[in-house]
Design a protein around this ligand. Structure first.
Ligand SMILES: [Zn+2]
Length: 338
């Protein structure tokens, strides 16, 4: 399933994400040489509708057409088929950022094992996986380890850093066993500012000499820990504008992302007889919705202060992925000293 290249296929950089399928038969790994031998691994389009990563890396590679990269680079272009249709994934495909445990027998998981093996053999320097989201969110980096090199890499992108352990089948988690690794969230795909930010980040990471405990101190980081993934119950339908839906969310809930929401804030109207419409899975897979939410006179409210991220108004995303994540603030100094 994986095609490996040792240079950029002709015409590739001129392609929009929707056109990559004309040149690439499917998931592709492109190894490019650089002055420093250990490659920076960059992943784009794991979600076919999240185009910022591709637009950023093609602009960077354009700049190095006539000169050598400061560091070798291995570019992974993920879900080419879904990108053709501007979709997160196709109905007959798994979510390409939920397959990196790679324990199963699917062709996608075999492909994942091959990518990880290739990069381990090449002594990968660091890993960056570039994404977009749909709601109103700041740009932020995610880590799956509380360790200085991971924070150093994340801080190059943003002072807002999210630590999470679930879902545990994401690319950055698999790479965390091999090298410092981050997922970066660059806002909505249509925003040019996200492309420029990702471009700057890739340039900075390419210039890095090393990432270790001594190379630079980590400071000025707002660190959050994801404590639960919130989904709609399978038998419940949600909407923003349809009053007949089981759950009707307020039309501006995504403005609550990365804000501390005080207790008893109304989030959605819930039709009589539906009951608690949300499932909030903690890191151990236990449903803790009752710890955070309650129904009060037909309204869904939070019972304790919460800080959501990735709250979205896009009900397709809610069905395919989740409604939001809940986070708590972590003290960076305490985190690194323990
Ligand atoms: Zn994504």
């Amino acid at each position: 399933m994986l095609t490996i290249y040792e240079d950029v296929p002709s015409g590739l950089l001129q392609c929009e994400a929707t056109e990559l399928h004309r040149i690439l038969p499917g998931p592709s790994l492109i190894h490019l040489p650089g002055e420093r031998a250990d490659p920076l691994f960059i992943s784009v389009l794991l979600h076919g509708n999240e185009t910022t990563g591709w637009d950023a890396i093609r602009a960077v590679l354009e700049q190095y057409r006539e000169k050598t990269l400061p560091r070798a680079l291995s570019l992974f272009i993920g879900n080419v088929r879904a990108a053709r249709h501007s979709l997160r994934h196709l109905d007959d495909q798994p979510d390409f950022n939920r397959i990196w445990k790679a324990e199963g027998h699917s062709k996608e998981e075999a492909m994942v094992r091959q990518v990880l093996e290739e990069m381990r053999e090449r002594n990968v320097f660091a890993c960056i996986d570039i994404h977009n989201n749909t709601g109103h969110n700041p740009h932020y980096a995610c880590v799956n380890r509380l360790a200085t090199p991971f924070f150093q890499l994340a801080r190059l992108f943003s002072r807002t850093v999210v630590y999470f352990l679930k879902p545990d089948s994401v690319l950055s988690m698999a790479f965390a066993d091999i090298c410092p690794s981050v997922t970066v969230e660059c806002g909505k795909p249509v925003e040019q500012s996200g492309v420029l930010h990702a471009q700057d980040f890739i340039q900075s990471a390419l210039q890095l000499d090393h990432l270790d405990e001594q190379s630079m101190s980590v400071k000025d980081i707002d660190l959050f820990h994801t404590v639960a993934v919130v989904k709609l119950r399978h038998d419940v339908n949600g909407s923003i504008d349809d009053e007949s839906a089981h759950v009707q969310f307020l039309p501006d809930i995504d403005l609550m992302n990365f804000r501390e929401i005080i207790s008893n804030t109304q989030l959605a109207r819930v039709r009589h007889g539906v009951g608690m419409p949300l499932v909030a899975e903690n890191e151990f897979g236990k449903d803790v919705a009752d710890r955070y939410f309650e129904l009060s006179n037909g309204w869904l409210c939070n019972t304790t202060p919460v800080m959501p991220s990735m709250l979205t108004l896009d009900m397709d995303i809610v069905r395919q992925d989740c409604l939001c994540y809940l986070m708590e603030r972590l003290d960076l100094d305490k985190t690194l000293s323990t």
